[in-house]
Design a protein around this ligand. Structure first.
Ligand SMILES: *Cc1c(COP(=O)(O)O)cnc(C)c1O
Length: 355
């Protein structure tokens, strides 16, 4: 039996989108391949509210995170972390020999504009990474206020992880002046895992040109230049299957209407939050609670593993807490094509199990 997924990725994929993954292959050096990549880019620009170039990477989101910090850090990166995925960016820097400092917030708390200001004022950094939506703690960072601070430092490249929030909540890349905004397919975009997407600014491209060891496969400059020189092609063979499905799913997303989609996500988030507050507690402060997943503090001390096992027997799956938050918290995702009705059905089952 397929379990309905309320985990923060991979998400359930609509059957017609899954079918597009089975589209017969085309040559990756054909006009059709260029047209496919161009079509995806134009639609992604709408979802991301940007005129900047869109890059695709046949990797999961982590690929472009690694590519960004390695390709565009000239001196030193300031990595702000509010949980597991922020920390990952620091681990990537270290693994690639990129100089970086980690600025961590307490679990459940956001990155504050003050923290960013204090770090950037030292003049030591030329790249900053922010997690928009931290999938471990369920914190959505105050990105507008943070972006305002970063704008005061025109030499600093701003890299933003929107892996678990893009297409589920409004992120206006150009207005925030994000230089590299990264997402991947298996979360709020509603596709199978395996493709990552980012927007990239001229500033980030110019920064990359000053970095000599950008790696090879995840070199953002190479991805960018290939699009310019070869009319929307990809340096190696991309996952054309994902591209067929993404192009199709983006039509669906734009037909739903971005504002409607964001509203649907917000309504689901509010519903889960109020349920959580009735039975448990929210893990983050409500003002910083994510619109695409809710991390709930296990104040009743239930066995989350056991709950999930019982949910599994009823055809549902949620997530335990991440890493050190396992059993102390649990997570319910409400992203991509999930509806309020789906969520109500899930929460009814949980109510019935824990009563
Ligand atoms: C899932 C996730 C990642 C990692 O993305 P992959 O596509 O699994 O590599 C990074 N950041 C956040 C916030 C995520 O939710």
């Amino acid at each position: 039996m397929h379990k309905k997924l309320f985990i923060p990725g991979p998400v359930d994929v609509a059957p017609d989108v899954l079918e597009k993954m089975a589209t017969p292959m085309i040559g990756h050096r054909t006009k059709d391949a260029s047209n496919l990549q161009r079509s995806i880019s134009e639609k992604m620009q709408k979802v991301m509210f940007t005129d900047r170039q869109i890059l695709l990477s046949t990797s999961s989101g982590s690929g472009l995170m690694e590519g960004a910090i390695r390709s565009c850090t000239r001196k030193r990166a300031a990595v702000f972390s509010v949980g597991a995925f922020g920390k990952r960016w620091h681990e990537m820097a270290v693994a690639n020999g990129v100089l970086a400092d980690l600025f961590e917030s307490e679990m459940g708390k956001p990155t504050t504009p003050g923290m960013v200001e204090e770090a950037l004022a030292t003049g030591k950094y030329d790249l900053v990474t922010i997690t928009h939506n931290e999938t471990s703690t369920g914190v959505m960072n105050p990105v507008e206020a943070i972006a305002k601070i970063i704008k005061k430092y025109p030499d600093v490249v701003f890299a933003l992880d929107t892996v678990s929030s893009m297409a589920g909540t409004k992120i206006e890349v150009d207005q925030l002046d994000v230089d590299i905004c990264i997402t991947s397919t298996q979360k709020a975009l509603g596709l199978p895992p395996g493709l990552a997407i980012c927007s990239i600014s001229e500033k980030a491209i110019e920064a990359a040109k000053q970095v000599s060891t950008r790696g090879y496969y995840l070199d953002l400059l190479a991805l960018y230049e290939y699009i310019q020189k070869k009319d929307y092609q990809y340096p190696s063979t991309p996952s054309l299957s994902h591209m067929f499905a993404l192009d199709y799913q983006l039509n669906h997303i734009l037909e739903e209407g971005l504002e409607n989609r964001f509203q649907r996500h917000l309504e689901m988030a509010k519903y889960v939050r109020s349920w959580a507050e009735k039975h448990f507690e929210l893990f983050p402060e409500e003002a910083y609670a994510s619109n695409t997943l809710t991390t709930i503090r296990n104040t009743k001390g239930i066995s989350v593993a056991d709950l999930n096992k019982k949910l599994g027997e009823r055809g549902y799956s949620i997530s335990n807490g991440y890493g050190s938050l396992k059993e102390k918290t649990f997570r319910i995702a409400h992203m991509a094509e999930t509806t309020l009705e789906d969520l109500k059905a899930l929460l009814n089952e949980i109510d019935d199990i824990i009563k």
